[in-house]
Design a protein around this ligand. Sequence first.
Ligand SMILES: [Zn+2]
Length: 214
Amino acid sequence: MSRLIDISLTISNALPVWPGDPSITLERVSDIDAGAAINMSRLDAGVHTGTHVDAPLHFIPHDLSVDELELDRFIGECQVIMLDGAGPITADELAAASIATTTERLLIKTSNSQWWQSNPETFNKDFRALHSSAARWIVERGIRLVGVDYLSVEAFEAEEHHPTHNILLGARVGVIEGLNLAQVEPGRYRLMCLPLKLKGSDGAPARAVLETLD
Ligand SMILES: [Zn+2]
């Protein structure tokens, strides 16, 4: 049995993108079946496509870009929690979620992961996301990375001035968006998530994997 669980979304033309973001085009531009010597594909997509990392530069002018992020934040032991509720994820909900005081990397599984299983091609405006109080709780708790199971840490109808993104990115908390945690039981794992090294970019797609611990 593999000790690795792939928690990445599959990038395809059918994967939903945030309304208004660039659409995804993944196409075969050279095809052996059509007489070409090689198969070759081309990808045209926004950098916040599928499972991806937000750099501070996404919301904070002149701050760190994705190629400048320290990778140790994105690799190492993590805790996956399951939040069963509905609506915005608040500080109170996190405080009640049995998050270990030693947890530095936190992945939050919600009903969003089930949405990826049942409606993988339809954007869900009602996804669960972090209220600004939860973002503040994460920073005050010294958590260095947070991962969520829909396309933004912040609700579709964001609070004014996008406080969730600004609080997390302003504190240099690593942010992974667009995880699919449907196959993951709550517990401790080793996370490996490597964003593409895109120069000067505000974000980058990433492959994210959990390894079970002995
Ligand atoms: Zn993003």
